[in-house]
Design a protein around this ligand. Structure first.
Ligand SMILES: Cc1ncc(COP(=O)(O)O)c(C=O)c1O
Length: 384
């Protein structure tokens, strides 16, 4: 099909969130009653409903996914120099929460099929010093974590499961975020459900629950000792206003997941025949893709570069986002000499220089998906 690219089409942002009626009703109630800080019924309600949805005992609502990671790793009470295995290809928060505590992050390369941390390589990196593994699910599929969970249980290695991008996803039928000793989520505006900014920690452990609650709130002392703090904590509290939005969003989670899958499948139907790109698979034996975002990876033989493509798309008012920069390529970590200079993780590096994602927020219209997909084909010189 021939299509003329119009540069005057409406701007299509990489993410446009969807806000439902219920959120407005709940937020109005907070404003009308004055319950706007972290005290208030919606924080407790959101924690209860979100942990129930994910089949976990406790939820601790916090101010972001990064805050959730900070608290989760600190709650494990590891010692300086202990090793924590983390993916090379993820948001920097995943390694930051480890380095901040003087722990040693050990990087694992990605699997080029799923774009997730490679399970076999995780196992190879386990040593006597490994005390925790952060399992981070990226873009749409869970990490194939069966073997990792089995070995870590045997060796007493703690699992922090980062399900920020995986709200509502399952692994062999069980919710992502219910596998870790402690699990974290983000509710940033591009996540499956949003509170604007926000995050959640889930656990079944009484001990981790108490510690996380304390770390979220400056580790205040008890009773008359309130201002004599028990440990180094932070103010990572979520407001009642944010939680009100979260409660409304959570009511619509089934629709949200269905729509995200429709968006992914619509892109696949347009792009699957193009031999210049890899696109996300829709199904693996342990999960159906949840399409947090719709990622595109250039094949090795593609003549045009990722940066040329995203610039051309932008000229047509289509915003995209490049894939993550791997941890060992982060300037700040290089200056701090966190990873050996010769670190070579070629799959993460390939993803980082050749990958980007297309507009895939819940606010996108089908005709916009079609326009984006066909514009990309045209730029690649491929037929539809
Ligand atoms: C896998 C993953 N973990 C953690 C985070 C951090 O979440 P936040 O942006 O809410 O701090 C993100 C953010 O995008 C993420 O993608």
């Amino acid at each position: 099909m021939k299509m003329k690219l119009k540069s005057k089409n409406k701007f299509i942002p990489v993410n446009l969130p969807k806000i439902f009626k219920q959120e407005k009703i709940y937020v109005k109630k907070c404003l009308d009653t004055g319950w706007i800080s972290s005290e208030g019924e919606y924080v407790k309600k959101f924690e209860k409903n979100f942990s129930k949805y994910n089949r976990r005992t406790y939820g601790i609502a916090v101010s972001s996914g990064t805050a959730a990671l900070d608290i989760a790793v600190k709650s494990l009470n590891l010692k300086k120099g202990d090793e924590v295995i983390v993916p090379a290809f993820s948001i920097i928060s995943t390694a930051l929460c480890v380095t901040k505590l003087g722990l040693k992050p050990v990087l694992v390369d990605s699997n080029l099929n799923t774009w997730n941390m490679d399970a076999e390589q995780v196992i190879k990196k386990i040593t006597n010093k490994t005390k925790a593994i952060i399992i981070t699910h990226i873009y749409g599929f869970p990490v194939d974590m069966k073997k990792i969970l089995k070995i870590s249980k045997k060796k007493g290695i703690r699992i922090v499961e980062d399900a920020a991008e995986m709200i509502g996803q399952t692994y062999f039928g069980k919710r992502c975020g219910s596998f870790g000793d402690i699990s974290v989520f983000s509710f940033y505006a591009n996540k499956h459900i949003t509170t604007g900014e926000g995050g959640m920690i889930l656990t079944n452990s009484d001990k981790l629950y108490s510690k996380c609650k304390s770390l979220r709130n400056l580790c205040f002392g008890i009773g008359s000792n309130r201002f004599n703090h028990d440990d180094i904590g932070w103010n990572y509290r979520m407001t009642n206003l944010q939680a009100a939005v979260g409660c409304g969003q959570l009511k619509n989670i089934a629709w949200i997941i269905k729509r995200k899958r429709e968006i992914g499948k619509r892109y696949i139907s347009i792009l699957s025949k193009c031999n210049k790109i890899h696109i996300q698979l829709s199904k693996l034996k342990y999960a159906q893709n949840i399409f947090w975002v719709f990622g595109v990876l250039l094949k090795k033989n593609t003549k045009i570069s990722r940066d040329q493509i995203v610039n051309k798309l932008l000229k047509h008012n289509i915003q995209t986002r490049n894939f993550f920069l791997p941890m060992h390529k982060q300037r700040i970590f290089q200056e701090m000499k966190i990873f050996p200079k010769n670190t070579n993780l070629k799959n993460s590096e390939y993803l980082s220089t050749n990958g980007f994602y297309l507009p895939s927020g819940l606010g996108i219209l089908n005709k916009e998906i079609d326009f984006v997909g066909k514009s990309l084909l045209k730029i690649l010189g491929a037929k539809n």
